[in-house]
Design a protein around this ligand. Structure first.
Ligand SMILES: [Zn+2]
Length: 246
């Protein structure tokens, strides 16, 4: 079932839990290794995989991230289970064809594999919003199977942009070169800007799978400072709670 939604200035934001589970053995490391400088105990890190559905006052639908995808998706080698996004959308009363904007925070396989289904765009009527730097860095199966499939529907942006009425994206590089976050009013959907709650207390704690750990820590610190000053609502991909008031 979808988590409880929140409404900000007439815009409803609903977290969709695509999956829950530990990382697959292929890339799993002790938490204190994945988060260098933390004192996390050596217990499995159980991740949630959240996408977010935005429904504005006019009923327009924007989706932030598309999750793990099917059992044969590029995420299958390490994700705990296939994604359940389509079922989550159905539970929220939404057909994929009704979604008109899809924001991809970045092209990692647990955030963008649900972009395609059976070799076709899963959201046939949507524009897919991606930062130029992320597109330029695309490679492997995410390029061959995902980006290539949605080529005709790409909406490429650079830096900050309003991509649907009241929905903004902001570049937040480091985890990947063109990582971006999405904002609706006081809600910030942050993708993999911050992976684990331990980084809330210390944004300088590095994450093993950040492409550029230095840049990621800098971006995380800057963005969290700003969000804290606003008492914004943090909506992460991988925390167990989808919303956290700062
Ligand atoms: Zn992720």
């Amino acid at each position: 079932m979808p988590h409880k939604s929140i409404t900000v200035s007439g815009v409803e934001v609903t977290p969709l839990c695509d999956a829950v589970g530990p990382m697959g053995a292929a890339i799993r490391r002790p938490p204190a290794t994945m988060f260098a400088g933390s004192a996390l105990p050596d217990e499995p890190w159980v991740l949630h995989f959240h996408c977010y559905l935005i429904r504005d006052a006019a009923g327009r639908l924007t989706l932030v991230d598309t999750g793990i995808g099917a059992a044969d998706s590029p995420a299958a080698s390490w994700a705990p289970v296939p994604g359940t996004l389509t079922g989550e959308l159905a539970a929220a009363g939404v057909e994929p064809a009704e979604v008109t904007t899809v924001i991809l925070t970045h092209l990692h396989s647990d955030h963008a594999s649900g972009t395609v289904a059976d070799g076709r765009p899963a959201f046939e009527n949507a524009r897919y919003v991606l930062q130029r730097a992320e597109l330029d860095a695309a490679n492997g199966r995410m390029l061959d199977e995902v980006v290539t499939t949605i080529k005709g529907q790409l909406h490429v942006v650079e830096g900050d942009a309003e991509v649907a009425p009241g929905v903004h994206v902001h570049a937040a590089p480091g985890h990947t070169p063109g990582h971006q976050i999405a904002r609706v009013g006081e809600v910030a959907m942050t993708g993999d800007l911050i992976l684990h709650p331990v980084q809330l207390a210390d944004p300088g704690i590095r994450y093993l799978y950040d492409d550029d750990q230095e840049a990621a820590a800098r971006t995380r610190t800057e963005v969290l400072d700003r969000l804290r000053a606003e008492h914004a609502v943090l909506a992460t991909a991988h925390f167990s709670e989808p919303f956290l008031r700062l």
